[in-house]
Design a protein around this ligand. Structure first.
Ligand SMILES: [Mg+2]
Length: 380
């Protein structure tokens, strides 16, 4: 089996109402925009993958990096030689930027399709479903968040993640208390402060004192974890917070390379490790991080907030390791719904009783929707 051709697309699916991501204060997202890549073999198999992007121009840059530059070494090659290509992809990321790790996902899709097995089974996973947490996306408030939590519980979720990103952290505490008062222990509450990396000059900047003050209040309510309370490189601050706060600390969604995770583990910065195979680092790295975390008695729960294809690969990884208790399910139904997130796929991922059934088709187990591609995708 050889890679015979490569195709790149810019996909743009409009939202019914703008989405205001807590992690980019001041930004209104009006569409699900992404770069979609197809690797097509001489046997007619198609490996697919996607990466979120802000514009068609950014998708064109990704096309140059992934199709024109990395692709010159993939054409004619054996897609099952993933380990060989994973290093190449990372080095092109260093040289040309663009976070090209999505490429590795398409290779794995082909590996699974050639083997006739869903990826999580190829990697030794046995569970047929994974518990999810409803991951909200907009900044929490005492007025709105309790309704979100009640709706998530009614939709079957047992876990919900809030976004603590108000200008004054005390408003985040009020929102958390309001949610707890509304749903009590009927749903487990997680909180993401999104302090690990920032694309905006606006919004709160937590230091160790702020993170400690918030965590102290959150600990009283028994939250399940506090995610990215500090910058992703504040190793000493994270370690101190983890040791003293009484709250589980999660992070690592944008850390890149095993060397960064080695420091996080050696300094004991986190309880839950969250590398995202599409966003930063690739599939092989994410699986290694899960194992490294496991032997240190730590949990793994990958970040998944990109597209339906990004959710799919991280779901397979999560289902193949022994230390992932819950998986992120992006869930802001009024704007970033499953139908929007998965608009390029034949069917959106829909949970059942707070869990996701693992697809049993080979590879990622999902297909691009030809009608959606004809309507919303442009070949680059
Ligand atoms: Mg996060």
């Amino acid at each position: 089996m050889k890679i015979a051709s490569i195709e790149s697309y810019f996909f743009e699916y409009p939202l019914e109402r703008p989405f205001y991501p807590a992690w980019i204060p001041g930004h209104a997202q009006t569409a699900n925009r992404c770069f979609i890549l197809k690797l097509i073999t001489d046997e007619g198999l198609e490996g697919i993958t996607a990466a979120s992007c802000f514009s068609e121009d950014q998708a064109r840059v990704l096309k140059v990096i992934v199709q024109d530059n990395i692709g010159q070494f993939l054409l004619g090659g054996d897609p099952t030689a993933v380990d060989l290509y994973a290093g190449l992809i990372t080095r092109f990321g260093l040289m040309l930027g663009g976070r090209p790790w999505l490429t590795e996902v398409a290779l794995w899709d082909l590996v699974g399709k050639a083997a006739g097995k869903p990826l999580y089974k190829l990697w030794g996973g046995t569970a047929d479903e994974l518990p999810l947490y409803a991951s909200t996306g907009e900044t929490n408030s005492a007025e709105h968040s309790p309704m979100q939590a009640i709706a998530a519980r009614e939709a079957g979720f047992h876990y919900i993640k809030l976004r603590a990103h108000n200008d004054d952290y005390k408003d985040d505490v009020l929102a958390l208390e309001a949610v707890h008062a509304a749903v009590g222990n009927a749903i487990n509450i997680l909180v993401d402060a999104n302090q690990g990396w920032s694309l905006s000059p606006f919004g709160p900047k937590w230091d160790l004192d702020t993170a400690t003050a918030y965590a102290k209040e959150a600990a009283k309510l028994g939250i399940y974890w506090l995610e990215e309370p500090l910058d992703r490189f504040d190793f000493d601050g994270l370690a101190k917070l983890r040791a003293t706060s009484g709250v589980r600390i999660a992070g690592g969604e944008m850390n890149q390379g095993l060397h960064e995770f080695k420091i996080l583990l050696e300094k004991d910065c986190l309880d839950i490790y969250q590398p995202d195979a599409t966003l930063a680092g690739g599939v092989i790295m994410a699986r290694k991080v899960a194992e490294m975390a496991h032997i240190q008695g730590k949990l793994f729960s990958p970040h998944t907030w990109t597209t339906g294809l990004g959710f799919a690969i991280n779901m397979h990884i999560a289902a193949s390791v022994p230390n992932c208790p819950i998986l992120e399910f992006p869930y802001e139904p009024a704007s970033w719904s499953p139908a929007v997130r998965d608009a390029m796929l034949m069917e959106p991922f829909i949970p059942n009783a707070g869990a996701i059934q693992l697809p049993q088709r080979p590879g990622l187990g999902v297909e691009l929707n030809p009608d959606a591609m004809a309507k919303y995708a442009k070949k680059l």
